[in-house]
Design a protein around this ligand. Structure first.
Ligand code: G6P
Length: 596
């Protein structure tokens, strides 16, 4: 995720673009840059937040330009990898938000054709492709370039000698803002609300050409599209949250995209081994904290079942004390921020013990990537809410992909079975969307929970750690004491705490754990506990047994953690909201904990 802006009009473009970029900083903040059209292309960029780049920005004059604030996905955060990129002639500048899957092969080809590259990014191939096809018409050149790229993008470009801004999108947002003697384009309306509330949304694969007086939109066949502007009534703050009340809710809703982006490219590389080429190890240890630790626990089930490799999961903060155990050949460290002190210390310790180390993180170039041998990046975009949501489901995707990568390489599963798993993975964004469409059920269920002092979350098998995570989410943001339990363990202690004032949330999924979970539900109901069951669509029995039920789409048993996690996130969110808690910034908690 990155923030992009384009402007053409009567004001100084630098001022408008900087201002708009700052509103988009929530979309990324590891480097930033602008390109302003003058006699030459005037480009300035730097590593760090926009303010860093701004502090050394020369006084560029001109009414046309583009800007970018980056959240790195391909190439670490650095001045060289910051956008905008210019072509070899220095006359075209381009910014991009998204991921190009086949950039490496295009780059090889362009280099043999004489193009000079200055960065490690996928984006840079776009500007050279446009240069290659440019014969005076930027829009035509863009159309040609797009025929060669595979992936997702929002692109904005400008060119010396022209007051036009040319842009397009596929699976990444882009909106046009209409002004008087000026027009704008940006990743979202937040960036533009200080200037205009007249907005036109750009649809997938449309191309936009704007100058100070006119905006033209073309469909993928090059036909001009007529579109009425919409008037936005949100405040700038609401707009930054995309109209959602909290970042957490917005991020819960971003999960289809986060899952899709993390799959992109990787799911096609399962057989070729472009990621994790060497799968030659006999055991795995996974180390993490908090929500990432719960992702690790789900990952254990998947890795053991699919890759047939024994997996141990340990809290990163406890790893240093486990001195006696035989060391594992591969240690996976999971940290969405890549900055958690306990996980960093564990990575160093694993290195000292001579283990091969692999990090799963959402932040390109974060500290953990410097402590490990290999890194797998999730592509969830920046997460602002303290409670991890989209980064967690993206971590799950990473672990499933790693398990399947090993299975493909070691043939631990039949090709038919792997094909089914692959299809289930690809279908996940759609499954999650269906859960989100039913969010009102979680909102209603929160009414039963918000006054409770203690709540138990029960599950079995792969859904046990999912319930641990559900309990963690609830306690983090609603301050209700919640405990996740393996349902079979209930009778060995916690049953003593169950009564009519202690609600139980139970995962009663139609799989091999169903009958036993039904018994556990009966067990707590016999102690008068109000039960919220999360079950499978089509289950006729469950709704007759419990006081409240939320049904999730039927997916293969191994994939239930995705829809189930999303329901639990919504449940935590709505319960906290009902209590009036500070959802995005819960008391005593921090997004990344850099002390041990
Ligand atoms: C903090 C956050 C948690 C997070 C944990 C691990 O405690 O509040 O939400 O799960 O750190 O963070 P990491 O960035 O390492 O995944």
């Amino acid at each position: 995720m990155c923030g992009i802006v384009g402007y053409s009009g009567s004001r100084q473009a630098t001022v408008v673009i900087l201002d708009a970029l700052k509103k988009l900083e929530y979309r990324g903040y590891d480097s930033a840059g602008v390109a302003i059209v003058g006699d030459d292309m005037q480009v300035h960029k730097d590593k760090g937040e926009i303010a860093v780049m701004e502090s050394t920005l020369p006084d560029f004059k001109g009414g046309v330009g583009v800007g970018h604030t980056r959240w790195a996905t391909c190439g670490r955060p650095s001045k060289e990898n910051a956008h905008p990129f210019v072509d070899c002639t220095g006359r075209i500048a381009l910014v991009h938000n998204g991921i190009l899957e086949n950039y490496a092969e295009i780059k090889r080809k362009l280099i043999t054709e004489g193009h000079r590259f200055t960065s490690e990014t996928d984006t840079e191939v776009l500007v050279h492709l446009v240069e290659k096809y440019f014969h005076g018409d930027l829009r035509a050149a863009l159309n040609e370039a797009l025929k060669e790229v595979r992936g997702s993008y929002a692109i904005v470009m400008v060119q010396v000698g022209s007051d036009k801004v040319v842009a397009t999108r596929k699976e990444n947002p882009l909106v046009v803002g209409l002004g008087v003697d000026e027009n704008f384009i940006a990743s979202d309306v937040t960036a533009l609300l200080d200037y205009t509330n007249k907005i036109m949304y750009v649809m997938d694969e449309e191309v936009v050409e704007l100058d100070p007086h006119r905006v033209r939109i073309f469909d993928r066949d090059g036909e001009e599209v007529k579109r009425q502007p919409e008037i936005i009534t949100w405040s700038a703050e609401d707009a930054q949250k995309g109209g959602f009340e909290h970042f957490m809710l917005k991020e819960i809703y971003e999960q289809p995209e986060a899952i899709h982006n993390t799959l992109l490219g990787n799911v096609n590389a399962l057989e070729s081994g472009e990621f994790m080429p060497n799968v030659d190890f006999g055991g795995i240890k996974i180390l993490a904290c908090g929500t990432s630790f719960h992702a690790a626990m789900v990952g254990k089930y998947v890795l053991e079942k699919v890759a047939k490799i024994p997996v141990t999961v340990e809290l990163a903060s406890e790893y240093r004390y486990a001195t006696g155990a035989k060391e594992c050949p591969l240690v996976i460290l999971i940290s969405q921020s890549g900055e958690t002190a306990d996980t960093l210390a564990a990575a160093r310790e694993a290195g000292r013990r001579g283990c091969r180390t692999l990090a799963i993180t959402n932040v390109v170039g974060s500290s953990i990537t410097r402590e490990v041998g290999e890194t797998f990046y999730t592509r969830a975009g920046p997460e602002i809410g303290v409670a991890a949501t989209k980064t967690y489901t993206a971590q799950l995707v990473a672990l499933y992909l790693i398990a399947m990568r090993i299975a493909y390489a070691k043939k631990t599963m039949s090709t038919d079975h792997l094909r089914e798993m692959r299809a289930a993975l690809i279908a996940l964004p759609q499954v999650v969307r269906r859960v989100l469409d039913n969010a009102s059920e979680a909102e209603a269920a929160a009414e039963d929970l918000y006054q409770a002092r203690d709540i138990f979350f029960l599950g079995r098998n792969i859904n046990f750690p999912v319930m641990l995570e559900g309990a963690l989410k609830l306690k983090e943001i609603s301050y209700i004491h919640a405990e996740g339990y393996a349902a079979g363990e209930l009778k060995h202690g916690p049953l003593a705490l169950i009564d009519s004032r202690t609600p139980v949330v139970a995962a009663v999924i139609k799989d091999h754990t169903y009958d036993k979970m039904m018994s556990n539900v009966a067990e707590v109901q016999a102690r008068d506990s109000p039960v919220l069951a999360i079950g499978t669509e089509g289950d006729q029995d469950l709704p007759n047994v419990v006081s409240r039920v939320i049904l999730i789409p039927e997916v293969p048993a191994m994939f239930v953690p995705f829809p189930l996690s999303v329901v639990l996130q919504l449940l935590a969110y709505y319960t906290a909201r009902r209590k009036g808690c500070s959802i995005d910034k819960p008391k005593n908690l921090a997004k990344s904990v850099t002390v041990e």
